[in-house]
Design a protein around this ligand. Structure first.
Ligand code: B12
Ligand code: SF4
Length: 480
């Protein structure tokens, strides 16, 4: 069969305040690899330049099946393209997977199937089903799929967790997507990146924060890890493709310390020289030996979900930020950059609440702050609550954490507020001193900060490159 995989993301300007890159759709790349390994002809469209060009490519390819990988904010674009494809090829089967179809959104429009949760098992079984299309009863045995049966009854089978991620082929890798850069604060900085790729070590998370939609994808608290030997083999193959920066997609990289040691030791044993970064929850990273081993294995940055400094919000979102300052300081002293994710614009907040929190925010010992607008993502407990209370808009294009989804907007100008917090964060003496010390101990990051601060000037967050002015000129010495 001929199978096309599309991620409906447009290449737009990257705003480093909210996200550092466009992205490699690793999930779709893994699903397509399964199709390819079974001898199907595939076409991979990881991002969209123009819908017309995309439709010409689709028409020339004559697909039997078109796959979409969709986050909530990408739903409308995906639906628009799928409608056009269905119009040209009414018999083509259109399947959507990813986070949006996995939340409890009902299948509709041009899509024939939604795949909920991890896609490997249902996709493999769907392929088998389409190849033996005489036996329709099989569909109700395929985990995680939603569809309408011959009687137009809506069927939605519960998803199944995958226990052996390594059992599937490595993702399709696209050389154009490797050429994209990560524009946030990172080492190597964007001008020195020869290739940037995503990779996964684990799936799932033990926590269940009420604002998080991971439950829709990875039901329960089980975490499934890959074998470090396979991860290292994949890293080696990416290095051969000129990749020198990796992002681990794991939801909470440091949740199991032994597993982190196992992977890092495997990387070190194989003498692999590559930079990588990951996401973590501060309370799972409280181990200086672990952080040092991660740094030795190439970890250059950790991104911690802090979300808010307001205790009311933390309690409501089930986050625990005790020890934040100590663990972030340990991370930096291990030679790892620290970024925090922060959210403003909760429906119970207004300008003054956020302004009142600024003195606390600017004390957090991070190197980079990413501020998103609080968004209840479908699949989270929070979304269900907010929807029930009639507080949020369901225009999915707004669900990108750069827009307000609330029906009532209590903020005068939230984008200016975001810029204002960032400006204050990067211009305190505290920040400058912290940076000075960090760079004295870890000078390899100097150009990373310089590039990053240039981007902050371009985004009009800073008037001038304060880093160049303060940190490069007035160096002090510190105890190593
Ligand atoms: C890497 C990443 C990004 C990358 C790019 C991702 C990309 N292009 O796909 C970047 C940094 C650009 C990014 C941006 C955003 N992201 Co993001 N991101 C992730 C992250 C960390 C990893 C995704 C990943 O690769 N996972 C590993 C792969 C193997 O899993 P997967 O993608 O889920 O794929 C599996 C299944 O979903 C399914 N599947 C996926 N596609 C398909 C297709 C078919 C046909 C089938 C059958 C199955 C299938 O099978 C796959 C294998 O099991 C996730 C969190 C997480 N760890 O899951 C958040 C996450 C997906 N992002 C999220 C959000 C909100 C965003 C942003 C909107 C906000 C922001 N400012 O970051 C933007 C929007 C970008 C845009 N273009 O519109 C949310 C999505 C929630 C939602 N309901 O949409 C997540 C879940 C984070 C969270 N917990 O809130 N993101
Ligand atoms: S927010 Fe992070 S720690 Fe909380 S459930 Fe989601 S992935 Fe886990």
């Amino acid at each position: 069969m001929k199978i096309i995989g599309i991620q409906p993301q447009k290449i737009e300007n990257i705003n480093i305040v909210t996200r550092g890159t466009i992205g490699e759709p690793l999930g779709l790349a893994k699903i397509l690899a399964i199709a390819q390994s079974k001898g199907h002809e595939i076409m991979y469209i990881p991002y969209i330049n123009s819908i017309d060009d995309l439709l010409s490519d689709v028409e020339a390819f004559l697909p039997d099946i078109v796959l979409f990988s969709i986050m909530t904010s990408q739903y409308y674009l995906g639906e628009e393209i799928a409608k056009k494809i269905k119009h040209i090829f009414p018999d083509t089967i259109i399947i959507a997977g990813g986070y949006h179809p996995s939340s409890n959104i009902k299948l509709s429009g041009p899509f024939d199937f939604f795949v909920k949760g991890e896609g490997e098992i249902p996709f493999e079984q769907l392929l088998t089903y389409f190849q033996n299309a005489d036996n329709r009863t099989q569909l109700n045995e395929i985990p995680g799929i939603s569809y309408y049966d011959e009687n137009n009854t809506y069927i939605s089978n519960p998803p199944e967790r995958i226990l052996d991620i390594d059992n599937y082929p490595l993702p399709i890798r696209n050389s154009t997507i490797f050429q994209q850069k990560y524009y946030g604060l990172i080492y190597p900085h964007y001008t020195d990146q020869s290739g940037f790729a995503y990779i996964e070590y684990s799936r799932g998370c033990v926590n269940s924060c009420s604002f998080c939609c991971k439950e829709a994808m990875y039901k329960g608290s089980k975490i499934v890890f890959r074998d470090p030997i396979n991860v290292v083999a994949e890293i080696k193959s990416l290095i051969e493709k000129n990749v020198n920066l990796l992002f681990f997609t794991d939801l909470n990289f440091t949740v199991n310390h032994q597993k982190v040691f196992d992977l890092c030791n495997e990387i070190i044993k194989n003498n692999i020289k590559i930079s990588w970064f990951c996401m973590s929850n501060v309370n799972t990273a409280d181990d200086i030996e672990l952080l040092k081993t991660m740094a030795d294995a190439g970890c250059v940055k950790m991104m911690y979900g802090v979300e808010s400094v307001s205790n009311g919000i933390i309690n409501d979102t089930k986050k625990d930020n005790n020890n934040l300052h100590r663990i972030m300081t340990q991370t930096a002293s291990s030679g790892i950059l620290c970024q925090i994710f922060y959210m403003i614009g909760f429906p119970w907040e207004k300008d003054s609440d956020v302004y009142n929190a600024i003195p606390q925010i600017i004390q957090i010992p991070a190197h980079q702050i990413r501020i998103g607008i609080a968004t209840p993502l479908p699949g989270s407990v929070w979304f269900n609550d907010m929807k029930q209370e009639g507080l949020c808009n369901v225009d999915w294009s707004l669900y990108d954490t750069e827009n307000f989804v609330w029906k009532e907007n209590k903020f005068s100008d939230i984008n200016s507020l975001v810029k204002d917090i960032c400006r204050q964060f990067y211009t305190t003496n505290l920040y400058s001193e912290r940076l000075d010390k960090f760079l004295y101990l870890h000078p390899k990051y100097t150009e990373s900060f310089n590039c990053f601060f240039n981007s902050l000037v371009e985004l009009e967050i800073l008037e001038k490159n304060e880093f160049k002015i303060n940190n490069l000129k007035n160096r002090r010495t510190y105890e190593k």
